[in-house]
Unconditional design. Structure first.
Length: 85
């Protein structure tokens, strides 16, 4: 159990988001993950750490919704569908 706890990491503090409301920080981390995918030709393994930072700060409902929106081409953030470069 302690090895699992040591593996879990959260998003580091970001001075751009000093308030307790972390919605903007969440949005930014999710879009950084999409940018990582875009920069690595969709290599999810290479972007696993960035996705983890987004997942650690964002509510699951939000990331699931944004994932669905990306799949449907309706996401309002950074665009990358896997086949557009």
């Amino acid at each position: 159990m302690s090895s699992l706890v040591n593996m879990i990491k959260t998003s580091p503090a970001d001075k751009r988001f000093p308030s307790q409301n972390q919605a903007a920080h969440c949005w930014n981390r999710y879009n950084e993950w999409v940018l990582c995918l875009k920069g690595t030709d969709g290599d999810e393994d290479a972007c696993k750490g960035v996705r983890q930072m987004a997942s650690s700060i964002c509510p699951v409902e939000w990331t699931e919704k944004w994932d669905e929106e990306r799949d449907e081409g309706k996401f309002g953030g950074i665009q990358f569908g896997g086949d557009d470069h």
